[in-house]
Design a protein around this ligand. Structure first.
Ligand SMILES: NC(=O)C1=CN([C@@H]2O[C@H](COP(=O)(O)OP(=O)(O)OC[C@H]3O[C@@H](n4cnc5c(N)ncnc54)[C@H](O)[C@@H]3O)[C@@H](O)[C@H]2O)[C@@H](O)CC1
Ligand SMILES: [K+]
Length: 500
């Protein structure tokens, strides 16, 4: 598990209604129980940092007192600098327990020089956890060195302070723990780390339900790429949309505009002549490349390939129609793109013209079928029935016929790839209006151009597009038009829009 997965699970657990305080209480309790597993009595020194990790330390201190230990809490950050509300609340509790009849002290460390040599049976390292970034600043740095000098059993909370939880490297200094108690799931960094730093690693359940990792929630917005302030035009994603036909120009327009709204820099729409003229009037923001003829044909393949090479991701299908020649053109393009591993989304008409067997090995692919398109794409004879679990198992086995990602749209969207499943429940009945699928495809291909994996792009796109649809439906009710969704995509991308 990467830190972003952990942070997303934490936040999605809170979105499910589990208060962060409960998770912190469970975390601290588990630490105290692990300490008791080491020794049944004695003195414990708890070093607490400024964030959630420190909060776990405050909770552990309280439980250790209840278990009969003598406890010294070393506050390495002044309360005014503690940013985690949950941690601060747990510190207030410890302060309210003062003056304690005996065996419990809170020692405020204002400066590294004030850190005493430690004489304790056990030291709990609750300085830094998954929120660590860069070189360890004082006084944490000195505290880590004091801890490593002490003749005590060292227990690290979640990750040894100073260890990079993503890759297990130690940039400067880190606690060398005898035992690391990590929460919820093993962290990638702990697996890679030098055992001299982690000591024995145990994974402790703190009450985060699996649902917090299956259902999409605002925590997943933490996966959105942050924009590099020094970036230049085009560096934040160039998208190519291939679609449109004699009759349809709206679909590629909606897809292209959605890709812009999610944050892509440049969007080119390649479409046949009649659609191109209409598109040019739709929006000055789209670059329109005109393809000869009434529908996408084999003659356009070279020009489309040229445009695709200059793009970070490609979406094909919106409004393309189902002329067999268009299908042949798509197959040719797919074959060439697969060779370069180009992130590709196939949507709508492309799913009628292309079959799963044509793209089985294409890993950087996302297909976005509704149920009917899913059945045709995978040549399913009958409906898939059963309860949610049976259906998901069935969808998983069908989808595993291709290496790419399947975003199966429905009341609950199901995102599947090679054994991974995510469920999205945002969206509303008003979104059955035509064009919402084009918006979803546009958001997906936009996120892929911005650097997200196909799987994460599909999962996040379903969450964001559905949320934007809900906001739009609040305003327009069943009069919702697909183009209304566009204006609310930015708001649906912000974590604060979800009341967390
Ligand atoms: N609901 C939750 O969020 C839960 C969080 N938990 C604990 O919270 C931890 C994550 O909490 P946070 O995200 O607050 O992060 P941390 O507590 O790991 O670190 C927090 C703070 O340390 C400071 N910091 C970061 N890098 C530093 C450096 N190099 N030098 C000096 N200071 C530095 C930053 O100000 C940061 O806010 C987890 O490791 C876990 O122990 C657990 O309580 C489980 C529940
Ligand atoms: K720690």
């Amino acid at each position: 598990m990467k830190p972003v997965d952990m942070n997303a699970a934490d936040m999605n657990a809170e979105y499910l209604g589990i208060p962060g305080l409960s998770l912190m209480e469970n975390a601290g309790r588990v630490i105290a129980e692990e300490v008791r597993g080491v020794t049944s009595r004695g003195r414990v020194a708890v070093f607490c940092g400024p964030g959630g990790n420190g909060g776990d330390g405050f909770v552990a201190a309280r439980h250790l007192l209840n278990m009969g230990f003598d406890v010294d809490v070393y506050l390495l950050a002044h309360p005014s600098r503690i940013r985690s509300g949950d941690a601060l609340q747990n510190l207030r509790v410890l302060e309210a327990m003062q003056p304690h009849p005996g065996g419990f002290n809170i020692i405020m460390i204002n400066d590294s020089s004030e850190i005493p040599e430690v004489d304790a049976d056990v030291i709990v390292d609750a300085i830094l956890g998954t929120g660590v970034h860069g070189r360890i600043r004082e006084p944490y740095r000195s505290a880590i060195k004091v801890i490593n000098r002490a003749d005590s059993f060292r227990v690290s909370v979640d990750v040894p302070s100073g260890l990079n939880p993503a890759d297990g490297t130690v940039e400067d200094v880190a606690v060398s723990a005898d035992l690391t108690v990590t929460f919820h799931r093993m962290k990638d960094g702990l697996r890679e780390a030098d055992p001299a730093v982690t000591g024995e690693v145990v994974v402790a359940d703190i009450g985060i339900p699996g649902a917090a990792e299956v259902f999409l929630g605002p925590g997943d917005l933490l996966r959105l790429p942050s924009r590099d302030p020094g970036s230049h035009k085009g560096e934040n994603g160039r998208v190519l949309v291939v679609g449109g036909s004699r009759y349809y120009s709206g679909a590629p327009a909606l897809a292209g505009l959605s890709a812009l709204r999610i944050g892509a820099d440049l969007v080119t729409v390649a479409c046949p002549t009649r659609a191109a003229a209409a598109l040019r009037s739709t929006s000055p923001d789209l670059i329109v490349r005109e393809l000869e003829g009434d529908h996408i044909s084999l003659g356009a393949v070279d020009e489309i390939m040229e445009l695709a090479e200059a793009s970070d991701s490609v979406l094909m299908g919106c409004g393309a129609g189902t002329d067999p020649e268009t299908g042949e053109a798509f197959l040719k393009i797919i074959g060439k793109l697969e060779g370069t591993g180009k992130p590709l989304v196939l949507d709508a008409d492309a799913l009628k013209l292309v079959h799963a067997s044509d793209v089985a090995g294409y890993r950087e692919l996302v297909v976005t079928p509704h149920m009917g398109e899913f059945r045709k794409f995978f040549s399913l004879k009958s409906e898939i029935y059963g309860d949610m679990n049976e259906r998901i198992t069935a969808f998983q086995s069908v989808s595993s016929r291709i290496r790419g990602t399947v975003l199966l749209k429905g009341r609950t969207d199901i995102i599947l790839q090679e054994g991974r499943v995510r469920l999205n429940r945002t969206g509303c009945p008003a979104m059955t209006v035509g064009g919402t699928g084009d918006c979803l495809a546009g958001v997906t291909v936009g996120l892929m151009a911005m650097g997200l994996s196909p799987f994460d792009s599909a999962a996040l796109a379903s969450f964001i597009n559905g949320s934007a649809g809900e906001i739009a439906a609040d305003r327009y009710g069943d009069g919702l038009k697909a183009s209304d969704i566009l204006e609310f995509i930015p708001r649906a991308m912000k974590i604060e829009s979800y009341g967390l």
